[in-house]
Design a protein around this ligand. Sequence first.
Ligand SMILES: *Cc1c(COP(=O)(O)O)cnc(C)c1O
Length: 478
Amino acid sequence: MEYVSTRGSAPALDFEGVALAGLASDGGLYLPRQWPRFSEAQIRGLRGLAYWEFAVEVIRPFVGDSLTERELGAICHEVYGNAFAHEAVTPLVQLDPRNWLLELFHGPTLAFKDVALQLLGRLFETFLERRGERLTIVGATSGDTGSAAINAVAGLDRVEIFMLHPRGRVSEVQRRQMTTVRAPNVHNLAIEGSFDDAQAHVKRMFGDPAINGPLSLGAVNSINWARLMAQVVYYFYSAVQLGAPDRKVAYSVPTGNFGDVFAGYVAERMGLPIERLIVATNVNDILVRALARGDYSASGVTPTITPSMDIQVSSNFERLLFDCGGRDGAAMAAQMAGFAETKAMQLTNAQREGASALFRGFSADQDATARAMQWAHQAAGQVIDPHTAVGLSAARTALQEEAVDPSVPLVTLATAHPAKFREAVERAIGVRPNLPARVGDLFAREERFTELPGDYEASRDFVLTHALAGTRGSSAEA
Ligand SMILES: *Cc1c(COP(=O)(O)O)cnc(C)c1O
C-alpha cells in the first residue's frame, strides 16, 4: 500500500514511513493512494470475530509489507486483547429503539483516543527497533490526546515524548493523567496561550530545520494516518453487530479535528454501508458552516464544557477535501495556502457535493448539551460525558429534521468516560460519576511539568536541549 500527500509534492511512502512521519514534508497529510474495498461477503465473514481479530482484518490492507501477518496479529492481540477494561473493547449500548451509544472510553485514560494510540505506541516500538532509530514525538493537546499518547509510549526505549498543553485550560483529571506519569521519556510542557497556539508551535517545529534535522520528529495527533486507520475498526465492529452489510447504519460523531468522523468516511469508502455521518460540534462550528454553505472560515475559539472539541481549524478536513475534490495535490496546496493567509476559504462544487453525499453537520450549544445529558439519564439510565452529549444532541436533531433515514440504527460515538468531565456532568444531572478503579490514585500522585512562555522559541529550545540530552544518554549506555 502506497501513501500520497494531500499537497502532491512530498514523496509517496509505505505504511511504516507514514506511521513514523506524521505530517508530510510538503505540509500535507498522507492518504492511501486508493481505498481498499471489502465485498459484502467479506464483511459478512467478520461476524462473530473478537475485536482484535476485526482489527487484524480491517488493518491488514493498509499495512502492506510493513508488518508480517504474525507481527500484525501479535500487536492487535496484545493491544485489544489486554489494554481495555471491557471485553468487547468498544461495546454498544441501546438507548431507545433508534439510538445507540458506542462506548469508546474503556482504555487506560478514559477517552476514545486510547483505541488508536495504544496501537500506535506498539507500531512505533516495532518499526524503530527494526530500524535501530529513535523518535522524538512532539504534540499539542487540548487534554485527551496528551494523556492517551503519554500512556501509550511511557517507558519505551526509543521514543522521547514532549507534550504541550495550554496552561490552565485542561481539566484537572486530564492534566493529572499527563503529569503524574513518571517515565523518564515523558516531558510535559505547560505553555502560555491557547490550544491553537500550542498546535501552531508543533506544526512549526516539523518545518524548522533547526530542530527537525538534528532530531527525527514524529506526530501522535490525528494527522498521523495510523491513528485514523485504527479508528476505522470500530465502525466495522459496530456496524456488523447491527446487521451490516445487510442493514445500513448511521453515526453521529462528536468532532474537533475531524479525525474520528473521517475514519467513518474511510469505512464507507471501503464498502461498509454507512447511510449518514453526522458531524456534531459545539458552538465552535466551522465544520457545520462548511458542510451547510461551503464556507470554511475560522474565527476565535470559544471555550466550552467540551474542551476536546474547542478547535477552530480541523486539520483532517483537508483529507476529505482532497478526496472529494478529485485528489488534485497542486490545487489542494493552493487552496490551503490561501486559507493560511486569509483564514477563510470556499469549498469547490466538487468538494461540497462529495461531502454532502454522506455528511450533515449539527452543532449543540451548552443548553442543548446539558439537555442531551439529562435525556440520556432520564430516558435510558445512562450517565454520559458532555462530548458524547454533543453527539447525542446532534443525533436527535438529525432525526427530527429527517437528515437520517428513519429505518436505520443511529449510533452516537461515546468519546469519553463521564468521570473525565465530572464537574460538567454533575452540573447537568446532579450525579457525580466516580473515576473507575483503573486510573488508580490519580489525585495522590506527584505532578511533574515545566511552565514555558508562549513564544515558539521557548518550546523549540526546550525540546532540542532535552531530547538531545536523552539521545546522548542512551548512546552512552549502548
Ligand atoms: C479528541 C476528542 C474529540 C474530537 O475528536 P476528533 O477526532 O478530533 O474529531 C471528541 N471527544 C473527545 C472526548 C475527545 O477526546
